[in-house]
Design a protein around this ligand. Structure first.
Ligand code: 2AM
Ligand code: CA
Ligand code: CA
Ligand code: CA
Length: 264
């Protein structure tokens, strides 16, 4: 892995950002399966662009991505790009200006490069394994704060009635021990916001590989930690819960949510 490859991927992701910024008023919104689950023509357009440009960069790579038949979750034994063209589609539809373009590169199943870009704020988070993580070129270092020194981002999961109730219960428990609760509507940016100390923790009951792969490397390279909601180490997985935080915040959160999620 080289810095040059990371720079090239960052440039491709920035270009993809200009597709998002140039979106017309008619985004051709369609409902996907289940509740509160939408896709626009730009989700497909950005993914097509990323697949074409990243294939030019690394022709031998395979892809895992949210849209258009790339969602097999199959991480190959060689190079695998794990991409979410727009993480925060509901935000994009509502012009909330908080969506991330995510590109992760795994080699033999290990994350080596992670890039998450919010074009609306022109904020590019990136990391290379062993080389630290950066926000627009400035190095990121997670401060090991407790929960009461920051806000906690909790995904409300409107697409799943049972998980939504669990998220409300977790929000109640965490609310008494943190500065405040947020749901910024993008899993990848939520994890990156822990990496840059805007949030002290991020909690989700259900993520796909493309939601967290790139951001998880940005987090750990900044000194943050993540597990599933039972505190287990989290390899790249098709569907999982996820808790990202500081070392202190992670243990505090696990202790607070365990009786809520796993009573008896
Ligand atoms: P998306 O915008 O790429 O779909 C919203 O709080 C977060 O949950 C976003 O990261 C969003 O990703 C993800 N999300 C939205 N719908 C989902 C669904 N049906 N299942 C799992 N995650 C979903
Ligand atoms: Ca989606
Ligand atoms: Ca997503
Ligand atoms: Ca998406």
């Amino acid at each position: 892995m080289s810095d040059q490859l990371l720079d090239q991927i960052c440039e491709i992701v920035r270009q993809a950002g200009s597709i998002v910024l140039s979106a017309s008023a008619d985004k051709e919104i369609k409902a996907k399966e289940g509740a509160a689950n939408y896709v626009t023509k730009y989700d497909s357009k950005v993914q097509k662009y990323l697949v074409a440009e990243l294939t030019r960069l690394l022709p031998e790579a395979t892809f895992v991505g949210e849209e258009d038949g790339f969602s097999s979750h199959k991480i190959s034994s060689g190079y695998t790009f794990i991409i979410d063209p727009i993480d925060g589609t509901t935000n994009f539809i509502c012009e909330f200006m908080c969506s991330g373009i995510c590109v992760g590169l795994a080699i033999h199943g290990t994350m080596e490069i992670g890039v998450v870009y919010n074009p609306f704020r022109d904020e590019l988070f990136c990391a290379r394994r062993g080389q630290g993580s950066y926000l627009n070129g400035s190095p990121l270092h997670v401060h090991n704060r407790p929960l009461n020194e920051g806000v906690v981002n909790i995904d409300i999961a409107p697409y799943n009635p049972e998980l939504r109730e669990r998220a409300f219960a977790v929000s109640t428990a965490i609310s008494y021990h943190s500065m405040d609760i947020r749901d910024i509507g993008s899993a990848a940016l939520g994890i990156c916001y822990v990496a840059c100390n805007r949030c002290v923790a991020y909690i989700s009951h259900l993520l796909s590989t493309w939601d967290y792969a790139a951001a998880s490397l940005i987090l750990t390279e900044a000194g943050g930690v993540f597990t599933d909601l039972q505190g287990h180490a989290l390899p790249l997985k098709a569907k999982t819960s996820l808790l990202a935080s500081t070392e202190t915040g992670l243990q505090q959160t696990l202790d607070l949510i365990h009786p809520v999620l796993f009573p008896n």
